[in-house]
Design a protein around this ligand. Structure first.
Ligand SMILES: Cc1cc2nc3c(=O)[nH]c(=O)nc-3n(C[C@H](O)[C@H](O)[C@H](O)COP(=O)(O)OP(=O)(O)OC[C@H]3O[C@@H](n4cnc5c(N)ncnc54)[C@H](O)[C@@H]3O)c2cc1C
Length: 455
């Protein structure tokens, strides 16, 4: 089989590459190879009743399949260069912002219309944060919600399936560089193309490293973010979430001068398990549909760690800590803030009697046995700082789930076209280490599609 372009991975990066290629030149032959299932077949068996914990499916429907890691996500498209990736370093801030707005327009015209766009512009909360040693980062946030996000993905798939060949449940094992193009191997079959766009996201991080080694593409070690997911009654944060939906707040700790930041805020949302290469960590999302909303808000508190010499593998450090929590808790551990500061383990009884009803069934335990002191001290400091702008954050019954780990892929050496040292081989999205968000990953796909078609 021979195609003009083969895209590997059908997360937001791959989808928007395919979308833009089809739009710019309808005559191009394009194939998308995806390790996971098509959208309709994606299903996580955890139902909270019969299956409460991750059963380690062969292909994790939360992370893989059409829509990528973003499919069951909260669908928060942050339009900003302040966080979510460093795409702007390759293509400039103006173009990065334009492309993120372009992606937003496409989402709006494919079922997302009506969802709200929040913005930090002109908010008084900035001042209140600064008065309490907290910094609110600038962003516009389009919140599609998990339900609407799936509608948008469904419409994009219906539009693309006639224009692009999709190969689902077809992990690519190998890429061979030929004199005039590439050979992509999937399920022991060879497919040929002139240009290849690799967009394998976080779930493809190990495979990406292998490919970079095989093809002599240089990589740089990236950071890992470690911390917990906080869950508390939604009313405590409602003045922030009603106005901004998601607030990205940074706190600089007094003790170690580390930056701790809020991440992925889900008003009236649920806390979920995340499975990355068999390691169970915690995440969260929320629905736009009121019927599916809870009385809790959740968000992560994370500290970034970056290693250089002699140990370089930041992800391995994060994995080891997540494995420790999996060893002690059989998965994710949950602890009341009051128990943590008292230095005692939470148990079923104390969690049950608490005023916050957990939305994830996790094992009550002691996070101080898992997270390094420096990280835990920073998180505790930040919870007290947040208590000053959202009174009640530091309540005894506030729940902390651990561990939350944001693995960042090794940064692949790319030029300003997001092209590797092999002409015609592009690496985009989270798999490149350049982006870490829906909007940046999608924008990188549009960018590369335009580069390929010369537009
Ligand atoms: C629960 C959850 C909630 C999130 N919420 C948000 C949010 O609200 N806002 C936000 O900005 N970001 C969020 N994120 C992060 C966001 O989903 C990612 O940044 C985004 O999906 C990255 O897009 P991508 O296309 O680069 O990679 P991915 O979405 O990870 O897609 C990569 C695809 O490639 C496939 N693949 C991997 N290896 C291979 C291979 N060898 N062959 C073929 N296919 C392969 C995978 O199966 C996957 O489908 C969330 C993530 C999770 C897990």
């Amino acid at each position: 089989m021979k195609y003009d372009i083969i895209i590997i991975g059908s997360g937001p990066g791959g989808i928007f590459t395919a979308y833009e290629l089809a739009k710019q030149d309808a005559n191009l032959s394009v194939a998308v190879f995806e390790a996971g299932y098509e959208l309709a077949k994606r299903h996580c068996p955890i139902d909270g009743e019969h299956v409460k914990k991750c059963v380690g499916c062969k292909s994790c429907s939360i992370m893989s399949g059409f829509g990528g890691a973003g499919a069951f996500s909260d669908g928060k498209y942050n339009i900003t260069n302040d966080f979510g990736g460093t795409l702007f370093q390759y293509i400039g801030k103006k173009q990065a912002t334009e492309l993120m707005h372009y992606v937003d327009e496409i989402n709006m015209s494919h079922g997302g219309a009506g969802s709200r766009l929040y913005s930090t512009a002109g908010t008084d909360l900035k001042k209140k944060c600064l008065q309490n040693k907290l910094k609110l980062l600038d962003a516009s946030v389009r919140h599609l919600g998990t339900d609407n996000n799936l509608v948008v993905l469904g419409q994009l798939y219906n539009e693309l399936r006639d224009k692009v060949d999709f190969y689902f449940e077809s992990p690519v094992s190998e890429i061979k560089v030929l004199n005039n193009g590439f050979c992509v191997v999937s399920k022991e079959k060879e497919y040929f193309c002139d240009k290849c766009v690799v967009s394998v996201g976080r779930s493809g991080s190990k495979w990406m490293e292998k490919i970079c080694k095989e093809l002599n593409i240089a990589t740089k070690s990236n950071r890992v973010d470690l911390g917990v997911r906080v869950e508390l009654p939604a009313v405590i944060f409602s003045h922030l979430t009603d106005e901004l939906y998601e607030s990205k707040i940074v706190y600089r700790t007094e003790k170690f001068e580390d930056n701790v930041r809020t991440f992925c805020m889900n008003p009236n949302g649920i806390v979920v398990n995340e499975n990355t290469n068999g390691i169970i960590t915690v995440n969260g999302h929320s629905y736009e549909d009121k019927a599916k909303q809870t009385e809790n808000t959740n968000f992560a508190l994370l500290v970034a760690k970056h290693f250089s010499e002699p140990f370089k593998d930041s992800n391995e450090y994060g994995e080891s800590i997540a494995k420790l929590s999996n060893m002690l808790g059989g998965g994710v551990i949950v602890q009341r803030f009051g128990d943590l500061v008292r230095g005692r383990r939470s148990n079923e009884k104390r969690i049950e009697e608490g005023l916050v009803t957990p939305t994830l069934s996790a094992t009550p335990g002691d996070l101080s046995l898992v997270l390094p002191k420096r990280i835990l001290d920073g998180i505790i400091e930040m919870i007290y700082a947040l208590d000053k702008i959202a009174l009640g954050t530091a309540n005894e019954d506030t729940l902390l789930y651990g561990v939350e780990v944001k693995f960042y892929n090794m940064e692949v050496e790319l030029d300003n076209n997001l092209e590797s040292c092999h002409k015609g081989l592009y690496v985009i999205g989270d798999g490149s280490g350049v982006t870490h968000s829906l909007s940046h990953a999608s924008a990188s796909g549009v960018y590369v599609a335009r580069k390929i078609t010369g537009n």
